[in-house]
Structures are given as structure tokens and as C-alpha cells.
Design a binder for this molecule. Structure first.
Ligand code: NI
Length: 153
């Protein structure tokens, strides 16, 4: 595994449209491993492939609860309900935090690294992380959704 460079605000790759992963190759597996290592190194709870300069639909999430590390290929939100506003940040925007309204609960479908279709039902912080990371795959950044910027913790 290797730590990759995290692309920061202003890097055009963060706004690029990403591509579906058609085949889970060893390179895809390696990229997911590297993304996880990069996320842990930066003490983040999620990272999307565009944040390491790759326009593919891949995310890793770990909110440090019993869910553990999620490595998601071609994730898609298939249901959402409720709403909740909380403070978010992003590894691509160091030193910036703001309140963002998100769905409180989401259901997501994705492939896991073995190619198995998985369904994840999430609420609270995990639901928020899923929505934030999936936004990255569409070139949407949390600052686009901030209702009020706050001092970072
Ligand atoms: Ni982010």
C-alpha cells in the first residue's frame, strides 16, 4: 500500500465527471487499498478517488465504528429520508468547516472489492459520509452545499 497525494481545492480533477468501474482489476484493488491508507494517514472518515487524482467511481469510508472500513465500487444511493444539519469538513479543504444539510438516512448499493453487490443502510454520521463521498464522484464539493461556514474544530 502507499499513501497518495490528496488533491486540494482548486485542482480541476475534483470537478471532473467520474467513470464507472467496468472491471475490478488488481489496479482497482490496489487503488482502494491506497485510498484507505491515505484516508487513515490524514485522519479522515472518507475519501473518494478524485481526491487522489483518479476520475473513477470509488470511495472508502470508515467512521471508526463497528461498521469498519467500507471499500465501495460504483456506489449509488437508492433511497434517502429525513434531514439533518451538521458540521462537515473535507480532506481537500484543510482548515474549512461548515454546516451542511443532508438526508438523515440513506440506503446505498455498491460492489465490494470481490465484485459482490452489497446494500448498506446508514444513518447519522455514516449516512453523511456516504453522501459527502458520493458527491465527490459527481464533482460536487461540500462547500457547494454549506449553509454557514464555522470555525473548524
Ligand atoms: Ni470530501
Amino acid at each position: 500500500m502507499a499513501i497518495r497525494l490528496i488533491r486540494k481545492s482548486g485542482d480541476p480533477v475534483l470537478r471532473e465527471k467520474t467513470n464507472q468501474v467496468k472491471k475490478i482489476t488488481p489496479q482497482v484493488i490496489k487503488l482502494l487499498d491506497d485510498m484507505a491508507e491515505t484516508m487513515y494517514d490524514a485522519e479522515g472518515v472518507g475519501l473518494a478517488a478524485p481526491q487522489v487524482g483518479i476520475a473513477k467511481r470509488l470511495v472508502v469510508i470508515d467512521i471508526r465504528d463497528e461498521t469498519g472500513l467500507l471499500k465501495l465500487i460504483n456506489p449509488k444511493i437508492i433511497a434517502r429520508s429525513g434531514e439533518e444539519t451538521a458540521v462537515e469538513g473535507c480532506l481537500s479543504f484543510p482548515g474549512i468547516a461548515g454546516e451542511v444539510e443532508r438526508a438523515e438516512n440513506v440506503t446505498m448499493e455498491a460492489l465490494d472489492p470481490s465484485g459482490k453487490k452489497i446494500k448498506i443502510t446508514a444513518s447519522g454520521l455514516l449516512a453523511r459520509a456516504c453522501q459527502h463521498e458520493l458527491d465527490h464522484l459527481d464533482g460536487v464539493l461540500f462547500v457547494d452545499r454549506v449553509s454557514r461556514f464555522v470555525e473548524p474544530e
